[in-house]
Write a protein that binds this ligand. Structure first.
Ligand code: NZQ
Ligand code: ZN
Length: 384
């Protein structure tokens, strides 16, 4: 196992009716900005619950944060915060609202151009405190330090991370997710699944506990994902998917182990250039990352085949093939298509992506840092 530091201070309020308890988590004298997306919270009862919970507090609202939140929109919230003297944020929505709010929190007191936080990885020295009410299980943003923001003007999608943007608290009430359309439920399952694979399917690091945590999240998503799609108001299965998605990317399963993230880095470019949903890009890229990297990931692929998909018979190559095929089939079974052509995207996207990687000066991706732009090209060539 590699050395690691693990720190995660996010207070989780899990379960039915927990929105009612947020007032106790926010200082009474706080001046709050409630941030949200395109309006789903106004039609599913979540907004009413938040408003009731904040009855004793002073708050304003900022709506209109897009999926794959835009820098241009978030900067408008920064202006509002400065004018109104806001000192606490409450993000209510999916990963985009949460990520956007993390950026807003970091940008308010940033000296210089806030895009540098992403484009130049400029250090974040302070951030406004904030809490979250999560309405879409997928990203893990409710319990991590990551934020992904898109600059619309240049179609760039970049991330930053800082311990200063850990939420103070996050409400995970599975009932707030009942209104999700099937497309977003499927997306969430694929995103959480891929987060686990990025941290698990690398090479053995003598970390059996982290491996089994990872495998148990994958198995839970495989068991509970189809149940929650078939019966969206089944509280038990939705609760299990919500908690799986949070634990998939709250830092715990990644302690002391190598991590990949090739699929995510390629996926962000596909979203930036062609507007695919985040999870759609992962469903397309992940099976092909595993295929191209099968020699580098051989031992873990065999472990994954056996422990997650129960593939123990036949020769090793065939087991690896089947494990990759089962991964693809699972994504399709939860309604997320796995080919670029399913989204009307051609292979002419490949040079655009490899050029971007080269221009940003990255050396290589992956757990061995040997996924060069050439390897990215091989992966994308299989995505047709
Ligand atoms: O905007 P509203 O009207 O709220 O509608 C949203 C949006 O259209 C809707 N939605 C959310 N909750 C709902 C609901 N509709 C009905 N009922 C509800 N309860 O769902 C749509 C998609 O929402 P979005 O927040 O964009 O989805 P998701 O949670 O998948 O977030 C995706 C973003 O997170 C980033 C992605 O790159 C993408 O920008 N990620 C963030 C990560 C992190 N912070 O650690 C890691 C991930 O790998 C990912 O990169
Ligand atoms: Zn993701």
């Amino acid at each position: 196992m590699e050395n690691f530091a693990f720190y995660n201070p996010v207070k989780i309020l899990f379960g039915k009716g927990q929105i009612a308890n947020i007032a106790a988590e926010i200082p009474t004298e706080a001046k709050i900005l409630v941030t949200y997306g395109g309006g789903s919270i106004k039609t599913n009862g979540v907004y009413e619950q938040v408003k009731a919970a904040l009855a004793g507090h002073d708050f304003l609202e900022f709506g209109g944060i897009e999926p794959n939140p835009h820098l241009e929109t978030l900067l408008k919230a920064v202006e509002l915060i400065r004018t109104e003297g806001i000192n606490f944020l409450l993000a209510v929505g999916g990963g985009s609202v949460l990520d956007g709010t993390k950026f807003i929190a970091a940008a308010v007191n940033f000296e210089g151009d806030p895009w540098d936080i992403l484009a130049k990885q400029a250090p974040v020295k302070s951030a406004l405190p904030f809490g979250t009410v999560l309405t879409l299980p997928a990203t893990g943003s409710e319990m991590n330090t990551n934020s992904v923001v898109t600059k619309w003007e240049t179609q760039e999608k970049l991330f930053f991370a800082s311990p200063l943007v850990f939420p103070k608290f996050s409400v995970l009430d599975p009932e707030t997710t009942y209104s999700l359309p099937p497309r977003q439920i499927g997306n969430g399952i694929v995103d959480a699944f891929t987060h686990v694979v990025e941290q698990y399917l690398t090479y053995p690091a003598n970390a059996p506990l982290q491996d089994r945590w990872a495998e148990s999240i994958l198995q839970t998503l495989i068991e509970e994902g189809p149940k929650t799609l078939a019966n969206p108001h089944d509280y038990a299965s939705r609760a299990n998917v919500v908690w799986s998605a949070t634990l998939a990317l709250n830092g715990m399963i990644g302690t002391g182990v190598p991590q990949d993230w090739t699929t995510h880095m390629i996926g962000h470019e596909l979203t930036a250039l062609h507007g695919l949903d985040h999870a759609q890009t992962l469903a397309v890229v992940l099976p092909n990352t595993l295929t191209v990297r099968r020699d580098r990931k051989r031992e873990k692929l065999l472990q994954y085949a056996e422990r997650v998909w129960d593939l123990v018979d036949g020769d090793e190559e065939a087991r690896i093939d089947q494990a990759i095929q089962k991964t693809r089939d699972f994504f399709e079974s939860v309604g997320v298509r796995t080919k670029l052509s399913d989204y009307g995207v051609g292979l002419d996207v490949i040079p655009l992506i490899t050029d971007r990687f080269e221009k940003r000066g990255f050396v290589a991706l992956g757990e061995h840092q040997d996924v060069t732009p050439k390897v990215v090209e091989q992966i994308l060539a299989l995505c047709a």
